[in-house]
Ligand binder design. Structure first.
Ligand SMILES: N[C@@H](CCC(=O)N[C@@H](CS)C(=O)NCC(=O)O)C(=O)O
Length: 216
């Protein structure tokens, strides 16, 4: 059955692989599933046709036969459940990998995303520097604990899993901030994720969309 996902017609991140369809593309590449992409504009995302797929008018979405999903974490989880390669075979290892998926999205992503939003929307506010400082300290708390847990290991819990896939995409949003580099095992961890052939294919596919849109 054909899998179709949605992605930005013109990504605000200018092809840096930060839009959340990247996670879904990467998961599909890891498990070797081909997929189609339907590009949507900001305007189209808020129209009834897209809202029927995504109640909050966002990307990514996922369609496969009569199944329609939204939320990148749920989509990656679905892919990981249906295909081998992203979750361990043993029940406890699987439960721990799923725990890391939630940790990436519920515990680590929120402060990182809040910082990213603040740098865009609040830059001109008189209290911006103070807020940025507070947000970055919140991020540091999470990264310090994540870094301690990871230690010298390659991945968060044994073999690479959907938990690592999500965590790497979350941490990449700190690129250029200098914060990640304060915990040397974390940039190495992100680099390991980015070095995976499946990651590269997903990144190149997403970048190609931005490059084509810029040429028009
Ligand atoms: N929690 C959602 C967040 C989805 C989300 O924020 N998507 C962004 C792109 S990365 C979007 O569509 N932004 C446009 C908008 O919200 O209007 C997920 O993980 O899928």
């Amino acid at each position: 059955m054909t899998i179709t996902i949605t992605a930005f017609e013109r990504s605000p991140d200018r092809g840096r692989g930060l839009a959340r369809d990247m996670r879904v593309r990467w998961a599909l590449e890891e498990v070797g599933q081909p997929y189609d992409v339907r590009l949507v504009s900001f305007k189209a995302m808020k129209q009834p046709e897209h809202l029927a797929l995504h109640p909050f008018g966002q990307i990514p979405t996922y369609e496969e036969g009569d199944l329609a999903l939204f939320e990148s974490g749920a989509i990656v989880f679905h892919i990981a459940e249906r295909h081998a390669g992203l979750l361990p075979g043993d029940a406890n290892g699987r439960a721990r990998a799923i725990t890391w998926m939630f940790a990436a999205l519920n515990t680590v992503e929120p402060p990182i995303f809040d910082r990213a939003l603040a740098t865009i929307l609040e830059r001109n506010e008189p209290w911006y520097e103070q807020r940025l400082h507070a947000l970055e300290n919140g991020i540091r708390k999470r990264l310090a604990d994540l870094s301690s847990h990871l230690g010298g290991a390659d991945w968060l819990d044994g073999a690479f899993s959907a938990g690592d896939l999500l965590m790497v995409t979350v941490l990449r949003r700190l690129n250029g901030s200098g914060i990640l580099e304060e915990y040397p095992n974390l940039p190495d961890y992100v680099a390991r994720g980015e070095a995976r052939p499946a990651y590269k294919r997903a990144f190149d596919a997403q970048l190609a969309v931005f490059t084509a849109a810029s040429a028009n």
